[in-house]
Design a binder for this molecule. Structure first.
Ligand code: NAD
Length: 409
């Protein structure tokens, strides 16, 4: 939360934002705190706690994922909701920002328990949600299957099928083609633009990925497949591995599916998390959780480009150090916005009942991401500031304009 607020304030100072607009943006419009009982497989009843934060809807319905994590807190959800308001505005999507979470450990739960938690969360939050109010999506440890259960529960409550209440659904029930790798794909389109600006040849260049889930594993596939890069190191919550000649995506994804981790992948050696972050790379992709690049480890980072697929992976101190050292950061607001962009395309398709082919989704995504990348780069040059602050300035400017027009200040 602190990082998100500091970021808001840093950008507000550079752009001379009206203090009233800043005060509105510092506070979420609405917050829902939930607790709900769930019958566990052993017959016991467990009470789970969850949240939904609607940060700002000046530009359209709130939009943002639901995270299932044992260490989830209202503060994290608030910060993530602020970033969603800024991200949807930066990509000029007609949406606001929200976020949700449930305190639970999906790794220790059966599919039946996960389904009952997902449905109970939606039953409690239903009056808060809807295609014109607030539209959740997947985030850390939530999947298309979980989105399917949630869409079903909401539809049962409404008495009719309402696919537009949630995005990231499987295509068979109204999900968009191209949604599953959209977050990583958007980041890859940005990396291509950044490398062109910096004169870096990506084909054969090295990359490492921290976090090997939806965003990270897709980034591996696309960095090698689209950009021809060699992904030499990856990590997940159980370990980090290194292979100087490059890791094969298909084999590694199959290994992780089979063993539950990247750890022990044949031919690789184990390294520490700090060693991964300090490798000499063309591109480092943080794709796990918040605040992993700090003032302590930032001086050792040797990557030319940091592509922030995770939300909030870099603290403000680390950002200053990296910016001063000439590392090109593609900030999270921009780099991982491919997910929400294709989620918005999913909402458009759900509302019209007409579905596009994967290539059409990719083309629309690339156009949006490339446009936003160059807008951020130009703003960074004209305000003489970092790409992170420039991205926030563009986004805050759009939200502030909408709030002003609506008479909020
Ligand atoms: P996920 O649950 O699919 O994967 C998370 C991965 O991170 C897992 O492989 C996990 O093992 C790993 N991990 C957890 N703790 C770790 C640690 N300490 N060190 C290394 N790895 C660790 O989640 P995801 O959807 O891929 O989300 C990852 C990040 O991307 C989050 O910050 C999320 O907010 C952000 N993001 C995701 C989307 C999306 O569409 N999925 C969109 C925008 C942003």
């Amino acid at each position: 939360m602190l990082t998100a607020l500091e970021q808001l304030e840093a950008a507000a100072a550079v752009m001379n934002l009206d203090p009233a607009a800043l005060e509105i943006l510092r506070n979420p419009l609405r917050e829902l705190h939930l607790s709900f009982p769930v019958r566990m497989d052993d017959g016991s009843t467990k009470v789970f706690r969850g949240f939904r934060v609607q940060h700002n809807d000046a530009r359209g319905p709130c939009k943002g994922g639901i995270r299932f994590h044992p260490l989830e807190t209202i503060d994290t959800v608030r910060a993530l909701a602020i970033w969603m308001t800024l991200k949807t505005a930066l990509l000029d999507l007609p949406l606001g920002g929200g976020k949700g979470g449930v305190i639970c450990d999906p790794k220790t739960m059966s599919p039946g328990e996960l389904e009952r938690v997902s449905r109970a969360y939606i039953r409690q939050a239903a009056s808060f949600l809807g295609p014109e109010k607030d539209v959740p999506a997947p985030d850390v440890y939530t999947s298309p299957q979980i989105m399917a259960w949630m869409a079903d529960e909401y539809s049962v409550l409404q008495g009719h099928y309402t696919p537009g209440v949630i995005t990231g659904k499987p295509p068979a029930i109204g999900g968009s083609a191209g949604r599953s790798d959209a977050t990583a794909r958007g980041g890859i389109y940005c990396v291509r633009q950044a490398a062109a600006l910096l004169g870096i040849e990506l084909s054969g260049a090295t990359a490492a990925i921290q976090g090997y889930g939806n965003a990270g594993s897709s980034a591996h596939k696309l960095a090698s497949g689209i950009l021809g890069m060699q992904v030499v190191a990856v990590s997940d919550s159980k370990g980090c591995i290194h292979h100087p000649e490059g890791l094969d995506h298909e084999a590694l994804a199959a290994w992780k599916k089979h063993t539950g981790s990247v750890r022990g992948f044949p031919g690789s050696t184990a390294i520490s998390n700090d060693e991964l972050l300090g490798l000499d790379l063309a591109v480092l992709f943080p794709a796990a959780l918040e605040s992993v690049l700090t003032a302590d480890n930032a001086p050792a980072v040797k990557s030319r480009i940091i592509a922030e697929l995770a939300n909030g992976p870099t603290t403000l101190e680390a950002d200053t150090i990296l910016h001063q050292r000439g590392v090109h950061i593609i900030p999270d607001l921009l780099c991982n916005a491919g997910g929400v962009t294709v989620s918005w395309l999913e909402m458009v398709q759900n509302a019209s009942g007409y579905y596009w082919k994967e290539e059409e989704v990719h083309a629309r995504l690339e156009e949006r991401m490339t446009g936003a990348f160059h807008a951020v780069h130009s703003a960074a040059l004209s305000y003489k500031t970092s790409s992170r602050t420039a991205a926030s300035i563009l986004a805050i400017g759009r939200v502030a304009e909408a709030m002003k027009l609506r008479g909020w200040y």
